[in-house]
Design a protein around this ligand. Structure first.
Ligand SMILES: [Zn+2]
Length: 388
């Protein structure tokens, strides 16, 4: 077995370079470019595009929807949709209903969600007549985790929530006997987050939390790798990225959601949650030189929704804007005085490589992971991102 995607040129020793096709650049430490200057993430996009060709979308979508209906016919719900109040998750829920599915919506409340996001969830679930299950995390536990990751000085400071959401969705699916989790991600519009910008697994969270926090979480669970394997191989739970089966145009979707479900835009890249807003607009660009606009703009360029020139113009028009009042709010909610926060902010950046993670094991198991991805038991993006 050989990975199709291979680094042709390592970027460690070279000067600044921007991909000749998208707008990702050498601020991504794990990036590489081929001889034409096209980056690793464009190659991942092409591989995903080959697996999910636009011309087969309608047929593939029909097949997967029929399978979800068939496997869930004796259950109260046939699929689970995690909702955050943002465009992608609400549109996934809307699509599920339009396709005749019977979803259970699950909302993980980490205490930082904006009123707009919560109202978007309520309106959508009411209008679509979907049951909503809210999992409320203990505020102190969430803050303890967030403080631990900020003290650890790693760019993955938002992963406790992201991983908790995945854990809650798998746990709910397993308990309800539901085999499908509909995921609101699309490589065509959101792109693939570089591993050096966002890495997550339960061992990593535990390692950071034990070292820099209390290490105690009682109000929700982080699934272990073994629980995930149990869900995948014993309960046969599958993640389905519904948005990858449709021509997903953000502008058009925003208009439709506003009109049909009273959905309100929350203004910015994943800013439906105030911690994410603080983290993405302030912490990542200012401490780690990570500008997440590049991932999403690159995805839109690759899928033809934006020209590369326009994307570069947007990036060069100014740094990622942040709202000082949101930073002050976040620091205060995290329980820090300004001087304490400054000491933490100026600590030297570190990475997931400085902590215990499952990554060495994942790399060791790349052959079985590749087989599981080829058999569509696991999403192929997992192999491309973590094991290739
Ligand atoms: Zn690229």
């Amino acid at each position: 077995m050989e990975a199709k995607i291979k680094p042709l040129k390592n970027t460690l020793d070279i000067e600044y370079q921007r991909c000749s096709r998208c707008v990702l650049d050498t601020t991504v430490s794990d990036i590489w470019f081929d001889d034409a200057g096209v980056c690793k993430y464009c190659h991942i996009h092409d591989e995903m595009d080959r697996l999910h060709p636009l011309e087969n979308m309608e047929k593939d979508l029909k097949r997967i929807v029929n399978r979800i209906k068939r496997d869930g016919r004796d259950k109260t719900y046939d699929c689970i949709v995690g909702v955050s109040g943002g465009r992608d998750s609400i549109h996934t829920l809307y699509m599920a209903r339009q396709l005749g599915l019977r979803p259970l919506a699950v909302y993980f409340d980490n205490g930082w969600n904006t009123d707009i996001a919560v109202s978007n969830i309520r309106k959508a679930t009411d209008l679509l007549r979907v049951d909503l299950r809210r999992v409320k995390a203990d505020r102190e536990e969430v803050i303890d985790l967030q403080r631990a990751f900020l003290k650890a000085s790693v760019p993955d400071a938002d992963i406790p929530t992201v991983y908790a959401i995945h854990s809650v969705l798998y746990e709910t699916a397993a308990k309800e006997g539901v085999r499908y989790i509909l995921n609101g991600h699309s490589f065509r519009t959101e792109g693939t987050s570089p591993i050096s910008w966002t890495y997550m697994d339960s061992r990593y969270i535990k390692s950071v939390h034990n070292k820099f926090g209390s290490g105690v979480v009682r109000s929700f669970k982080f699934m272990t790798l073994w629980y995930l394997l149990y869900c995948v191989f014993i309960k046969r739970i599958r993640e389905v990225r519904l948005l990858e089966y449709v021509d997903y145009n953000k502008k058009k979707v925003d208009e439709d959601l506003a009109l049909d479900l009273g959905w309100v835009y929350y203004g910015g890249y994943h800013h439906k949650n105030l911690y994410t807003k603080f983290f993405q607009s302030f912490l990542l660009p200012n401490k780690f030189n990570i500008d997440k606009r590049k991932t999403e703009l690159s995805a839109l360029v690759r899928s033809g929704q934006l020209t590369r020139e326009d994307a570069i113009d947007q990036l060069e028009a100014g740094a990622y804007e942040y709202d000082r009042s949101v930073v002050m709010y976040a620091v205060s909610k995290l329980g820090w005085k300004l001087e304490e926060w400054e000491t933490i902010f100026y600590r030297a950046p570190r990475s997931h490589k400085d902590f215990r993670t499952y990554l060495p094991l994942i790399r060791l198991l790349r052959l079985p992971i590749w087989i599981a991805c080829k058999l569509r038991i696991l999403p192929y993006i997992l192999y491309l991102k973590y094991a290739s």
